[in-house]
Design a protein around this ligand. Structure first.
Ligand SMILES: [Zn+2]
Length: 130
């Protein structure tokens, strides 16, 4: 296997998309309830849910030319870049990245046309428009 490798999206499948809220003060993951206010269990900071930072992790499955499946994890910054490319390809997508639902992110990952360059540790180095 080469050190760096390129994966062409759209992906063949999405294993999962996880969406969570992050504490403004300590960046811990916040438990989401139905209330407007969430309290961080790590540092105790109470904050408005609507103003919290969100973080998204997605696991995609890609088939290579030998039909072997490769599972890759994408983090927030990368997914956001993919969404920018996606918006260019789908002018109707005017939603802010933060407001996307998990289903919309899955659909985006299954339709966006882009190349992603990974390093040997399966971390994304670059998103390349094509
Ligand atoms: Zn906190």
């Amino acid at each position: 296997m080469p050190e760096h490798f390129m994966v062409k999206l759209p992906s063949d499948g999405v294993n999962y998309v996880k969406h969570f809220l992050i504490c403004k003060k300590c960046n811990a993951k916040l438990a989401e309830g139905s209330t407007k206010v969430v309290k961080c269990t790590e540092c105790g900071l109470s904050q408005l849910k609507a103003s919290c930072k969100t973080k998204i992790i997605a696991s995609i499955m890609s088939l290579n030319d030998k039909n072997e499946s490769l599972n890759l994890t994408l983090f927030n910054e990368v997914i956001e870049k993919l969404y920018i490319v996606y918006q260019g390809q789908n002018p109707g997508s005017v939603k802010e990245f933060k407001q996307l639902t998990e289903d919309e992110i899955i659909e985006m990952l299954l339709t966006v046309e882009v190349c992603v360059l990974f390093n040997e540790k399966n971390n994304v180095i670059k998103v390349l428009d094509y």
